[in-house]
Design a protein around this ligand. Structure first.
Ligand code: CDP
Length: 223
């Protein structure tokens, strides 16, 4: 089945590039569904950790992804994530989930399941903004609008650090730096669906831009 003509805005980029905030706001302004695919990989990671599934066993992880019950719900600009009916919005953002998600995201069987879920979500909506690492390259290579957000690694670590700080979570800057660096590396070099800019994607360097600037830039390209 071809997905040409499906109304999807694809936004890809590395950790801390501003994807989530921007994608959420663009979706709100257009009245589109916001789909955070990273939250889906994070939810599966949480499930694997909770159920003591060996995160190095690809078959077990693929099996686990087969009966996933994940719901994404955006209200008043906030995303809520439900796993098996339980609100896991905060639990999926811990450093422990961040550090383990790479073992889940590299498994081919898991990615196939996730991509199917993501395509179904978009097909069932009138329009969606989907953000992740492989949206413009794998999930919707025919998306009409594709964006690739990036920023200097220093600025991306800063943003992540401030995010934890604003939630009152104590983490060291060094740990965040290590997490971002490691995820950057594994996301870019894994065999299946690595993070890379799709040829047709519009690249925006957000290092010294405000969120409002980036949202305005994205919207100006769409209209
Ligand atoms: O918010 P942050 O940029 O830290 O990451 P995220 O979007 O929540 O994604 C967490 C992790 O999930 C990434 O580092 C990737 O390993 C994985 N992921 C992926 O492989 N493919 C996607 N489409 C989205 C996320």
């Amino acid at each position: 089945m071809t997905d040409k003509g499906i109304n999807v805005i694809a936004i890809d980029g590395p950790a801390g590039s501003g994807k989530s905030t921007v994608a959420k706001d663009v979706a709100r302004k257009l009245g589109y569904l916001y789909i955070d695919t990273g939250a889906m990989y994070r939810a599966l990671t949480l499930k694997a950790l909770k159920e003591n599934v060996d995160i190095h066993n690809e078959d077990s992880l693929t099996e686990l992804s087969g009966n996933l019950d994940i719901k994404l719900e955006t209200k008043n600009g906030f995303l809520k994530v439900y796993l098996d009916g339980e609100n896991v919005t905060d639990d999926i953002r811990t450093l422990s989930v961040s550090q383990n998600v790479k073992f889940i995201a590299r498994v081919k069987g898991v990615r196939q399941k996730m991509v199917n879920l993501q395509r179904a979500l978009a097909r069932n909506s009138a329009g969606s903004v989907m953000e992740g690492r492989d949206i413009g390259t794998v999930v919707f290579p025919d998306a009409k609008y594709k964006f690739y957000l990036d920023a200097s690694s220093e600025e991306r670590v800063n943003r992540r650090y401030k995010e934890f700080e604003s939630k009152g979570i104590k983490v060291s800057r060094a740990d965040i730096e290590k997490d971002v660096r490691e995820r950057d590396h594994t996301d870019r070099t894994r065999d299946v669906a690595p993070l890379k800019k799709s040829e047709a994607a519009i690249c925006i360097d957000t290092t010294s831009m405000t969120v409002e600037d980036v949202v305005a830039e994205v919207l100006s390209r769409i209209k």
